[in-house]
Design a protein around this ligand. Structure first.
Ligand code: BTN
Length: 245
């Protein structure tokens, strides 16, 4: 992945750019990177702040042969690649808060927004990645949850090196994903980063809240929680949120 690379000084959202690239017939593996976004989008309709030349905003365009239903699994593949790439760059172990927030010392460094578009009977998957690299300050209301590599390590990093490390990791992980078209070959590495593994978590399910022990993930990326009542819950990211205690 990442053979075709477009770098922009400023854009609305690299996810929108990648969507457009897909409609124009750009290749599988095209990567669009921007120094700044004016309409960066986060999950659940939230705004994603991308200050000028501090962080990484990038979107990867894929034309997978397999079902679009596997897009959430690709998000997990990217989450793992982010963890591995960032660890390589900064030398600190980072955690993954299931399904795919990358966390260093309790501060979220990265977010992923995966989107799918159907056109001409084909499905494009766009994996948008925001990495807080050199941002120095965060708004007071999020400062205790959000951070950058700089705020967490005190060191400034070369953004291009971070991109290269993450994309190299993604390329390897994507190959492993293709072996079974699921996360089977990546599960061990993913679980080695999984925050709260073996610990008690609180599951906020629309049908009711409960506690249990996070055991790991399934081959398709659901979280497995051993409930206190002895049953195992298989949790799908779309429906619930999981918190440590
Ligand atoms: C989240 O809410 O955690 C996901 C944030 C995703 C942000 C990235 S930045 C590059 C790409 N373009 C966007 O507009 N959003 C994603």
């Amino acid at each position: 992945a990442g053979q075709n690379l477009y770098v922009k000084k400023e854009t609305g959202s690299t996810n929108d750019d990648a969507k457009e690239a897909g409609q124009k017939g750009e290749d599988h593996g095209t990567l669009i990177v921007a120094d700044m976004q004016t309409k960066g989008r986060g999950r659940n309709g939230r705004y994603w702040h991308t200050p000028k030349e501090k962080n990484i905003a990038m979107s990867l365009l894929l034309h997978p042969d397999f079902s679009p239903a596997k897009a959430p699994e690709l998000t997990i593949v990217m989450g793992l690649a982010l963890a591995q790439g960032i660890e390589e760059v900064c030398g600190h172990k980072v955690g993954i808060k299931w399904p795919n927030d990358i966390v260093l010392d309790k501060h979220k460094l990265c977010g992923i927004l995966t989107e799918m578009y159907l056109h001409d009977g084909r499905c494009d998957v766009v994996i948008g990645v925001g990495i807080n690299v050199n941002q120095e300050t965060f708004a007071p209301d999020i400062a205790d949850m959000a951070g950058s590599l700089f705020t967490q390590t005190g060191i400034e990093y070369d953004r291009n090196e971070v991109i290269a490390k993450v994309m190299n990791a993604f390329e390897k992980d994507y190959e492993l994903f293709l072996e079974n078209e699921n996360l089977k070959s990546l599960k061990d590495s993913y679980e080695a980063h999984l925050l709260n593994k073996g610990e008690t978590v609180r599951v906020l399910d629309p049908k009711g809240e409960y506690q249990g022990t996070a055991l790991g993930i399934t081959d398709t990326g659901e979280l497995i929680v051993a409930r206190e009542d002895g049953n195992k819950a298989i949790i799908n990211a779309g429906e619930v949120s999981v918190r440590g205690l």
